[in-house]
Design a binder for this molecule. Structure first.
Ligand SMILES: NC(=O)c1ccc[n+]([C@@H]2O[C@H](COP(=O)([O-])OP(=O)(O)OC[C@H]3O[C@@H](n4cnc5c(N)ncnc54)[C@H](O)[C@@H]3O)[C@@H](O)[C@H]2O)c1
Length: 249
C-alpha cells in the first residue's frame, strides 16, 4: 500500500528535472499524478511510463484558462485534486542594469504568477477533496540571493511570501501550504554549471532531483503540523561561512 493511495496530484513542470522526479515518487506512493507541462512529448512519455492511473496535461502555468481547463478535466477524469506541486519554473540571469524588462517579466510570470494562478484554480477542488497540500518549489534564492539573479530571486522570495498568505487563507479548509527551497540541483536548468559551482559548500556537490522529491513527499505525507513553513535542502550553504575563526585572527 502506498502513502498517497487514491490522492490526485498535479505536478507542474512535471516533464522536467525536479518535476519528473516528484511525479515518479508520488506515483510510486500510489497517487494519481497529472504531469502538467508545456512540453507535450516529454509529459506524455512520462505519464505513459507511470501507468494507467497517471496522465499528461498540457498546461502553461501563466495561462488562467489553461488552469481552469486543467482542473475541470482532472476532476472529471480522476476526481478532486488533493495535492498541487507548483514546480514549473524558468531561470533567466542578468544584472539589474542589464536584464531586459521582458526577461524580468517572463521570470515573474512563470515563477510567481504561475503558482498564484495555480493555487487560485485548485483551491475549490482541494476543498471538495476535503483538504490537501500545496507545495511551492521556491529556491535557496528565496531565502538569500546572488548578484546577477535579481528577477529569479524576486520571483522566489515572492513565492515564499505567497506561500504564507495562502497557508493562512486555506488553513480552515484543511489545506496546508509549504515552500521547498533547494540549492543547486543537477537538472537541465543547471546544465551549464560546473562542479566548481558547488565546491565551496559544506556538502560540496549538486543535489539530485530525487532528493528534492523525497522532501516534497515528506511535506505532503509527514509534515502534518506544518503550514506556511520553509523546507530547505541546500548542501549546508545557509549554515554560514566555512572560514575557521581563531583567537589569533
Ligand atoms: N535546478 C536547481 O538547481 C533548482 C534550485 C532551486 C530551485 N529550483 C526550482 O525547481 C523548479 C524545477 O526546476 P528544474 O531545475 O527541474 O528545471 P527544468 O528546467 O529542468 O524543468 C522545468 C520544467 O518546467 C517546465 N515549464 C517551464 N515553463 C513552464 C510553463 N510556463 N508552464 C508549465 N511548465 C513549464 C519545463 O518545460 C520543464 O519541464 C523550478 O521552479 C526551479 O526554479 C531549481
Amino acid at each position: 500500500m502506498g502513502r498517497l493511495d487514491e490522492r490526485v496530484a498535479i505536478v507542474t513542470g512535471g516533464a522536467g528535472g525536479i518535476g519528473s522526479a516528484v511525479a515518479r515518487l508520488l506515483a510510486a506512493e500510489g497517487a494519481r499524478v497529472v504531469v502538467a507541462d508545456v512540453r507535450e512529448d516529454a509529459g506524455a512519455e512520462l505519464a505513459a511510463e507511470l501507468g494507467g492511473r497517471c496522465r499528461h496535461q498540457r498546461l502553461d502555468v501563466t495561462d488562467e484558462d489553461d488552469w481552469r481547463r486543467t482542473v475541470a478535466e482532472v476532476e472529471r477524469e480522476l476526481g478532486p485534486v488533493s495535492v498541487l506541486v507548483n514546480n514549473a519554473g524558468i531561470a533567466e540571469w542578468g544584472s539589474m542594469e542589464q536584464q531586459p524588462l521582458a526577461s524580468f517579466r517572463r521570470v515573474l510570470d512563470v515563477n510567481l504568477q504561475g503558482p498564484w494562478l495555480g493555487m487560485r484554480a485548485v483551491a475549490p477542488s482541494l476543498r471538495r477533496a476535503g483538504g490537501g497540500v500545496i507545495v511551492n518549489i521556491s529556491s535557496l534564492a528565496g531565502l538569500t540571493s546572488y548578484a546577477g539573479i535579481g528577477a529569479y530571486a524576486a520571483s522566489k522570495w515572492g513565492l515564499r511570501g505567497l506561500t504564507k498568505t495562502a497557508a493562512l487563507e486555506l488553513a480552515a479548509d484543511g489545506v496546508r501550504v509549504c515552500s521547498v527551497h533547494p540549492g543547486a540541483i543537477r537538472t537541465p536548468m543547471t546544465a551549464g554549471f560546473g562542479d566548481a559551482y558547488t565546491a565551496g559548500q559544506p556538502l560540496p556537490r549538486f543535489g539530485e532531483p530525487e532528493e528534492v522529491a523525497r522532501m516534497v513527499l515528506f511535506v505532503i505525507a509527514d509534515a502534518t503540523f506544518s503550514t506556511g513553513s520553509e523546507f530547505v535542502l541546500d548542501g549546508g550553504i545557509l549554515a554560514g561561512q566555512p572560514t575557521v575563526v581563531t583567537s589569533d585572527d
